[in-house]
Design a protein around this ligand. Structure first.
Ligand SMILES: Nc1nc2c(ncn2[C@@H]2O[C@H](COP(=O)(O)OP(=O)(O)OP(=O)(O)O)[C@@H](O)[C@H]2O)c(=O)[nH]1
Ligand SMILES: [Mg+2]
Length: 647
């Protein structure tokens, strides 16, 4: 079958054309780097079936990153199964000078090609006048077609060209440089711009129009001071929304799953299977559903920012700040989103086209303190930090909370810097980023984006989360021999059958059972390892249980210390923890062990949902394992040092 390739700079409308021609739904976004892999679709012209391949946008055929290699690999090798018979190079008519670099590189290879001038509407709105005759003279071997992919003008002409038979042409690969010849590529790029400049000045003339809408807005939005302030304000709004608005549906989901579970408890016969469903499967499913509101809301807002073109400005103004750390401007939104939850944050790294920078962002994102750490922070701070005023106005507890968040951010940047030293990859220093015009968002695109993100999370990450929930349930519900039964019989049954006494009895039984379960044994087993950090086996159990999710820490401590209803009265658990003593009579939860636990929670990778998403996004178990490893080492060392200092 005849293959036709779509090449072009990022954000020139390749995917829009592809969708128009093939009727498929490729994700389109007003943001460079939306397509990160090639996609093919089929169409029939004059009874002949053709395969159209949409490639990721690149500024040059020489790759600057892994995902851009796909273009070079195909075009440098006529034997490649995807080597096209015909090639369409899509150019943004408002920026010919930059777009022609890639075009001349492909033109010189002698392929059968069409030069598609897209965005003609934007060009004429901005007063550009393009002299087609002069362009034809400069590139006689190419067919020039003008299009507007948004509404579909010029498509019939393009289809006609695609349908005509072409004579087999000998491609001329001699102008192609080696992929690794960076010096040669830079020299070649400079030479090409020398050649392009006079062509552009002949082809393009521009009427002096008033500063257009986009330019006027940009005066403020990429202003060196106001740009940042506006961005911060927008972020504040996003977080507030994700935090507050999402908390309602999250509460409903939480309530819904727990009341469903307790209802099931009343109708199902008592036994292992019921316990599996109620304590393993339903909390597992609930643990997946609970993240949906945050994911949907965040991506709804990010999709709007992306569609309008604002995101490209964010990338532009933050890029310089992030480069020294091996990150780029596109890492900013994922990292900031991680303060709400690392899961949508990591999923948002898709827009980072450089694999190295994307991986770095993914690896450090969970170091940013997320909302699940907050209950743990609050409990422990309340326990070991006195509520007093320091430096005149600051509350010490608030200050510690702030310090924990700061520790997360600083360590994320430092780790990113360390990762950069590992990679040491030479990237071409020419970084071109263009500002797309502001456009009003297309709601269909926003909807598709939100739906896709939620779907990926539920189906791919959901499976793993459910599996780990069940494993944890097994560990907590079974124990060696029949110790669990034996010891729980020793708990004295209440003499007076008041409701309170019964609940009290049940929570004590649960606590004894947990102590003698596999999980309890694991807690005791790891005790020697965590004693240097100032922890005992009870904390050990909670640490293991909170591998599922950090907030489980509070709940499992409540079970161990036989406190029921932490939701209604968190003070009850705190009071109980305050009076716990070690063997030598000192309090279990003192400043040193409390701070050590806090530091542990800043660093430790205790969220299976995040791991599941990292596995999904990096398509291998390698990176989640690396993440658990390095964060575990940080957590252990950090907690150890903290304990030594404050002991
Ligand atoms: N006004 C106007 N907008 C267009 C035109 N063609 C595409 N767009 C818009 O430009 C943006 C980018 O389009 P895409 O099709 O995603 O561009 P792409 O070249 O595939 O981008 P990458 O995959 O990132 O390289 C979208 O918001 C489109 O709706 C056009 O001719 N006129
Ligand atoms: Mg695309």
């Amino acid at each position: 079958m005849k293959k036709i390739a779509l090449f072009g700079n990022p954000n020139t409308g390749k995917s829009s054309l592809f969708n128009r021609l093939t009727g498929l739904r490729q994700h389109v976004g007003n943001f460079p780097g939306v397509t990160v892999d090639k996609h093919s679709g089929f169409l029939t012209i004059n009874g002949k079936e053709l395969e159209l391949i949409d490639f990721p946008g690149t500024y040059s055929i020489y790759p600057r990153s892994k995902d851009e290699e796909v273009v070079y690999n195909v075009i440098s090798d006529p034997k490649n199964p995807n080597f096209p018979e015909k090639t369409i190079v899509v150019l943004d008519s408002t920026n010919l000078e930059r777009n022609l670099l890639l075009f001349t590189q492909i033109y010189d290879l002698g392929l059968e090609l069409a030069l598609v001038l897209n965005m003609t509407d934007v060009a004429s709105r901005n007063g550009f006048d393009i002299n087609i005759l002069a362009l034809e003279q400069a590139f006689p071997a190419a067919t020039i077609i003008r299009t507007n992919a948004r509404i579909g003008t010029g498509l019939s002409e393009l289809k006609e060209w695609m349908g005509t038979d072409s004579e087999p042409r000998r491609t001329n690969q001699s102008s192609l440089l080696a992929k690794t010849d960076i010096q040669g590529q830079i020299a070649d790029t400079n030479k090409r711009f020398e050649r392009i400049k006079p062509i552009v000045s002949q082809v393009v003339s521009r009427k002096q129009t008033e500063a257009n809408f986009s330019n006027k807005l940009d005066k403020w939005l990429i202003h060196p001071l106001f740009g940042y302030l506006i961005f911060l304000a927008i972020l504040l709004v996003i977080f507030q929304t994700v935090f507050t608005l999402a908390s309602y549906p999250m509460d409903w989901i939480d309530m819904g799953t727990s009341s469903f579970a307790s209802w099931l408890g009343t109708v199902m016969p008592e036994g292992i299977f019921t316990s599996l469903v109620i304590d393993g499967v339903i909390p597992g499913i609930g643990g997946v559903l609970i993240f949906i509101p945050q994911i949907a809301l965040l991506f709804f807002m990010l999709a709007i920012l992306e569609e309008t073109g604002y995101m490209a400005r964010v990338v532009f103004i933050t890029d310089k700040l992030m480069r020294p750390f091996g990150l780029n401007g596109k890492s900013v939104v994922p990292l900031l989103s991680s303060a709400a939850c690392a899961i949508p944050g990591i999923m948002a790294t898709r827009t980072i086209s450089s694999w190295q920078e994307r991986l770095t962002t993914i690896l450090v994102a969970p170091l940013i303190s997320c909302s699940a750490r907050l209950p743990v922070y609050t409990l422990l701070i309340g326990l070991v930090i006195p509520s007093k005023i320091v430096l005149g106005v600051l509350n010490l507890q608030g200050l510690v909370l702030f310090a924990l968040y700061l520790l997360g951010v600083v360590s994320a940047l430092l780790v990113a810097w360390v990762i950069k030293q590992f990679f040491r990859k030479k990237e071409l220093s020419v970084f071109l980023l263009e500002m797309p015009d502001y456009k009003s968002p297309r709601w269909a695109n926003v909807g598709i984006e939100v739906f896709e993100k939620v779907k990926i999370f539920v189906f791919d990450a959901g499976k793993i989360i459910l599996a780990i929930s069940i494993i944890l349930w097994v560990l907590a519900s079974f124990g060696p021999g029949n110790d669990m039964e034996k010891y729980s019989k020793l708990v004295k049954a209440p003499i007076i059958q008041s409701e309170e006494a019964v609940i009290d009895y049940e929570t004590q039984v649960a606590s004894v059972k947990l102590e003698h379960s596999y999980m309890g044994h694991m807690g005791k087993f790891i005790e020697p390892v965590i004693t240097p950090l100032g922890y005992d086996w009870k904390m050990g159990i909670s640490l293991i249980a909170s591998f599922a999710a950090r907030e489980v820490f509070v709940g499992s401590l409540a079970t161990i210390y036989s406190v029921h209803d932490t939701d209604d009265d968190p003070k009850q658990l705190m009071d109980k923890l305050k009076v716990q003593k070690r063997d030598d009579g000192t309090p279990t939860y003192n400043l040193a062990s409390g701070l050590s636990l806090l530091v542990f929670y800043v660093f430790a990778m205790q969220c299976m949902a995040t791991l599941a998403v990292v596995k999904r996004e990096t398509k291998s178990w390698k990176w989640p394992i690396v993440q658990v490893g390095y964060m575990g080492v940080l957590a252990y060392l950090g907690a150890y040092i903290t304990y030594i200092i404050f002991k």
